[in-house]
Design a protein around this ligand. Structure first.
Ligand SMILES: NC(=O)c1ccc[n+]([C@@H]2O[C@H](COP(=O)([O-])OP(=O)(O)OC[C@H]3O[C@@H](n4cnc5c(N)ncnc54)[C@H](O)[C@@H]3O)[C@@H](O)[C@H]2O)c1
Length: 348
């Protein structure tokens, strides 16, 4: 990132009350951006949003992306130069239970956002955050490249593939070449302050806190694990490039970990148990499971060569940082300062 680019920059961020959105808001704040957030209430309790006082120093709207009129009005009033769209129903298992809500939020929410952008002439760059799960999964060992087929078995993955198609249509039909529109596909994101249900690390930390073994659903599944600051640094770099050269940087971008950090769930589980220490254990969940992809890796050569982006923290470092974060949180530390310090460490 160029020093000074974000200073005073007007940014409209959806999903700022969520896990990734809270890290993104704090990083942007530390760079001096002027942020308007738009999201529902934090999706969990506790939440990073509340623990790190993320609303402090920004304009925060608690509202729904399914409400096109309100979204449009707030985006127009904010007159943003950069828009980052993260609001979503982000969980695979929740999508099986409520597919209609998942598509309404993830697909029509993206349509509403891009329509609002179309009506707001100040916008120069848009980053739509989708997922590594947007690719049609072939259960192969290679990483997916940006030009591979979109797809998705479960409603969440499919909704993110649909959001990709929507983004591409709006870019080509309405927004290019003046507005740079890109989509970003990150891997399985981990970090301090995630309390989501049915996600590996939050489930394990909850179990450790209650002194019971963590139940692991798919110990052999391989996922591209990465600390939350990795994709966020990619989104920020991408937005800056899009701002300066919209046509050159438009399109899809993968932001995944190094090859060796696409690991089996059981590797992470074991490592986290060791780092946590006393009272931590895991066991295989014997209940029948819903379908989830087994192999999933991203090929990030494009981001590496065109953005000079690459992961900075190994998976082992990421896990270490998570344990430090949650141990500090459990002792009542100032989590805004603690989170900002982790951002500073990462940026250096
Ligand atoms: N966490 C991961 O491993 C991961 C991996 C790849 C992609 N992503 C994507 O990154 C983004 C953020 O994920 P997260 O892990 O921070 O999720 P999260 O659940 O912590 O946050 C989701 C955010 O979206 C908001 N939201 C949900 N429904 C909304 C609605 N109808 N209207 C307005 N706001 C709404 C929530 O209030 C919250 O601010 C999502 O788009 C997700 O699909 C996450």
């Amino acid at each position: 990132m160029t020093s000074g680019f974000w200073h005073g920059r007007r940014v409209f961020l959806t999903g700022h009350t969520g896990f990734k959105g809270s890290w993104m808001t704090l990083w942007l704040q530390s760079l001096g951006a002027s942020i308007t957030g738009y999201a529902l209430e934090p999706p969990t309790r506790p939440s990073l949003f509340e623990r790190a006082s993320v609303a402090q120093g920004i304009t925060s709207h608690i509202a729904d992306v399914r409400d096109a009129e309100t979204l449009s009005a707030h985006l127009a009033a904010a007159e943003p130069e950069v828009v980052i769209h993260m609001a979503a129903q982000p969980l695979v298992r929740a999508s099986y239970r409520d597919p209609v809500l998942t598509y309404a939020t993830n697909v029509m929410g993206t349509v509403h956002l891009l329509e609002a952008v179309r009506a707001t002439p100040t916008v120069r760059a848009v980053v739509v955050v989708t997922s590594d799960k947007c690719y049609e999964n072939r259960e192969w060992v290679w990483g997916y490249r940006e030009d591979e087929a979109m797809g998705g078995f479960d409603p969440y993955s499919s909704s993110k593939a649909c959001a990709e198609l929507v983004t591409s249509a709006w870019r080509r039909s309405y927004l290019a070449p003046e507005v740079g529109v890109a989509s970003a596909r990150a891997g399985n994101v981990i970090g301090g302050g995630d309390w989501a249900a049915e996600r590996l690390i939050p489930d394990m930390i909850r179990a450790f806190g209650a002194s019971r073994p963590a139940h692991i659903r798919n110990p052999q599944a391989i996922r591209p694990w990465q600390h939350v600051l990795e994709p966020i640094s990619g989104y920020l770099q991408l937005a800056e490039r899009l701002y300066h050269a919209p046509a050159q940087y438009a399109g899809g971008w993968n932001f995944g970990p190094a090859e060796e950090d696409a690991r089996q769930v059981q590797w992470i589980a074991q490592r986290l148990v060791e780092l946590w220490g006393q009272g931590a254990a895991w066991a295989r969940d014997a209940l029948p499971q819903l379908h989830e992809a087994h192999h999933l890796k991203l090929d990030c050569a494009k981001a590496r060569s065109a953005l000079n982006w690459q992961p900075r923290w190994t998976l082992a470092t990421a896990l270490q940082r998570i344990v430090e974060w949650h141990k500090a949180e459990s002792t009542g530390a100032d989590m805004r300062a603690f989170t900002l310090k982790q951002i500073e460490d990462y940026a250096q």
